[in-house]
Structures are given as C-alpha cells and as structure tokens.
Design a protein around this ligand. Structure first.
Ligand SMILES: *Cc1c(COP(=O)(O)O)cnc(C)c1O
Length: 396
C-alpha cells in the first residue's frame, strides 16, 4: 500500500482561547489604536512591548506592523542613507533585500554555507564594503555568532538581526536577536506567533529605540510606551526623525500576548516534530542532513535538507513524487521564483555578483514547513515518504 499524507503544510493552530477572549475585549471597547487609551489604561500594545522586552532581556521593545517594517525601521534608525551598501545573506526571503531597497540602499549579498548559514569567510572579504550587516537567520539556522560579532565589532559594522525564524532560539545560551544592535521579529501567520501580520523590534540602545519609536508613528505620544527610553532621549531626536507610520494595534497585541507566554512550550513541540523528521531522513542515500551546530538552540518550525549536485530534472522529479503523496517540498534552486521561494539572483533590482559556491548549495536546498497541526506520527509518515521517493529517484 502506498502511504499518502493528507495534512496541510500551511495550516497553523487556531488562536488560543485566552487570546480570543482578549481580542473580544478590545473589540468590545473599540479602542484599537495603540494610543487610544483611557486615563490610567496602559493598552495592549504597550503591555506587549513591556512583556516581550522582559522575555528577551532587552531594555527596549517596539511593536510594529510587520517583520519587514521592523527591518526597514532598524535600517533607518541606524542611519542607512539612499545609495548606501548593506551587507545581507544571499539565502534569505524577499522581504530582507526588500527592506534594504525600501530605504534606497543597495544589498550586497554574502554567500551561504552548506550549513545554511552566512559564509563568514565571504563576509570577511566584504566587511569593508558597508557599515551595516542585515543578518538573516534564514530558516532558523544560526551561524557562529561569536565569530560573526567579533568580526563585525572589529570592523565597526552594525549588525541588525532578522529573527523571523529564530524567535525562541538561542546561541550559547543567549537568545537570538540579542547579539546585534537590533533584533527584528515577525508575528506573521507562518512564523512562531500569529497575529496575521505584525513585527517586534528590540534593542538596548536608547537612541535607536527612540528613533525607531518616532519612525513607527508615535507622534509626540511616546510617553505612553512602557518599553521605550525616557523623554529626554526623545527630546534629542524628535524634530529630526520622520514619521513613517507602521504601528502595531491593540487587537493584534491582545492576541500576541498569550501566545508569547506560551512560546517555550511551542518551541518544544516544534522540535519534537523536527527531530522525528530528521531522524527519519538520516541515512537516505543522496540526501544530506543539515547538521545543527553545538551551541545552537533552534526552533524546528521548518526543516531543510540538501540534494547536493543533483540535476534540476531529478530534483523536480523528487518534488513531483513527494507532492503526489501529499508532501509539499519547496526548492530554492528553481530557475524562477515561485510562491514564497526566491533567490538572490531573482531580485533583479539588485546588481548581484554571482556566488558559485552558494549557487551549488542553493540549487540543492529542499525546504518544508512543519506546522504544529502535524502530529509526531504525521512527521514519521512524512519522513518515510521523502525517504522512499528520494531513494527511488537516486537509484533510477
Ligand atoms: C517572514 C520573513 C520576514 C518578514 O516578515 P513579515 O512579517 O512577513 O514582513 C523577514 N525575513 C524572513 C527570513 C522571513 O521569513
């Protein structure tokens, strides 16, 4: 009998009841705008910021409209100007170069290793080309953050972390997003907490926090924030920082707060599923497991493996055969960007130099979401299907 998987790779869990109740409270009082509070009321958005700052051990937190908006705001806050070069990963998602382009800056792509992290040797060569690195922890893979920070600190390069896939992850005990000057998170449906759209930005730098807050559209109401610096810091920047509206609202904040309190448990559940799939795939001929480095605590909300040096035709055959059995694989090596998947040479608004070593890795990256609606048993079945189909094409 041929086993078929019937689950949906895009179906996340429902919003928890506690979050639904909190949302209904906001809907019933009608004060959805974050600064629309009654005397003495703190507001869901301000509370969300206060709680996330505490959870991350950060001094300051700002909630915004999306992860991409948080990234662009971080670039503006650190003073990136039109025409500036910004280093970033060749292996990432379109909103990352998009954030750089949105401030008129120019992405300079740094290669990817077969561990799916930024190539630090390539970074070393390019460090003198920019004063900012937008580091994308793409699909949750953390590079050697000690080495990266040493290199960037020594070169005076400011690090902005894209933690869209590392909310809840850590490097040697330090939460992801706490190494660079600014950490940015996404609260979009496919990430680790779900408010449909939304973003969070954290920093310990008072001036960056004040600028980001003004940029997000605080008007002169910044004193209503609970995780922002004092008014004296805003005094220094309030006349020279433009308002580029992108605030979070109280409805989304209300549904995020209970989810963030549950993050650690969700991370464990993701990792149970991840390990099940990884174990099931291990030893498949022709398939390379992406080994996780010691020192990394990851969040297995998606899994990647490599079909290194396989021809496009054979990879397409694997995707087709797995798809026919209900297992949706995404491929970063396709000639054309499809769905959420694109690659550095798909972003033709950027003049990119070819990265042959990265091209070899990108051509072989297979990517799969692991939503928490999958059971551990589902994950075993998925691994069995991939194993059989990769094996069949490999041996043919
Ligand atoms: C989703 C994502 C973003 C952007 O987040 P949005 O909230 O969708 O704007 C940035 N970087 C990566 C790697 C992502 O996956």
């Amino acid at each position: 009998m041929t086993e078929i998987f019937t689950g949906s790779f895009t179906q996340q869990e429902p919003i928890p009841d506690e979050a639904i109740e909190a949302a209904l409270t906001v809907l019933r009082h009608g004060r959805l705008h974050r600064y629309n509070v009654t005397p003495g009321e703190l507001g869901e958005t301000a509370l969300l910021e206060q709680e996330f700052a505490a959870q991350m051990g950060a001094k300051y937190c700002l909630a915004v409209s999306s992860g991409g908006y948080a990234l662009a705001t971080a670039l503006r806050a650190v003073g990136v100007q039109p025409g500036d070069a910004v280093l970033t990963n060749a292996f990432t998602l379109a909103p990352v170069p998009g954030a750089i382009a949105s401030v008129g800056a120019r992405p300079v792509f740094v290669g990817v290793t077969d561990g799916l992290t930024i190539d630090l040797d390539d970074l070393a060569v390019k460090l003198d080309q920019a004063r900012v690195l937008m580091l994308s922890h793409m699909r949750g893979h953390l590079c050697d953050m000690d080495r990266l920070m040493q290199m960037c600190d020594a070169a005076g390069v400011i690090v902005i972390e894209d933690c869209a896939h590392t909310m809840g992850a850590a490097w040697k005990g330090q939460l992801s997003g706490r190494q660079g000057a600014i950490g940015c998170y996404s609260c979009q449906t496919y990430k680790h907490v779900n408010s449909g759209e939304g973003g969070l930005l954290i920093t310990d730098d008072e001036e960056l926090a004040a600028k980001a807050t003004m940029l997000s559209g605080s008007y002169m109401l910044y004193e209503r924030h609970l995780a922002a610096p004092g008014p004296e810091v805003f005094e220094r920047i309030k006349y020279t920082t433009p308002n580029v509206s992108g605030r979070m609202d109280n409805l989304r904040a209300a549904i995020l707060r209970p989810q963030l309190r549950d993050l650690e448990r969700q991370v464990q559940r993701w990792n149970e599923r991840y390990v099940e799939i990884e174990t099931g795939l291990r030893g498949t001929p022709g398939l390379t497991i992406v080994e996780r480095p010691e020192g990394e605590i990851y969040v297995g909300s998606s899994i990647q493996f490599l079909l290194l040096d396989w021809s496009s035709e054979r990879i397409a055959e694997v995707i087709g055969r797995c798809g026919a059995r209900g297992v949706e694989l995404k491929w970063f090596g396709g000639a054309e960007p499809t769905g959420f998947t694109s690659r550095y040479d798909s972003w033709r608004y950027v003049d990119s130099t070819p990265l042959p070593a990265s091209d070899r890795v990108l051509a072989g990256i297979m990517d799969m979401r692991v939503p928490l609606t999958f059971s551990v048993e589902d994950c075993r079945l998925i691994a069995r299907i991939i194993r059989v189909e990769v094996g069949a094409v490999f041996q043919s």
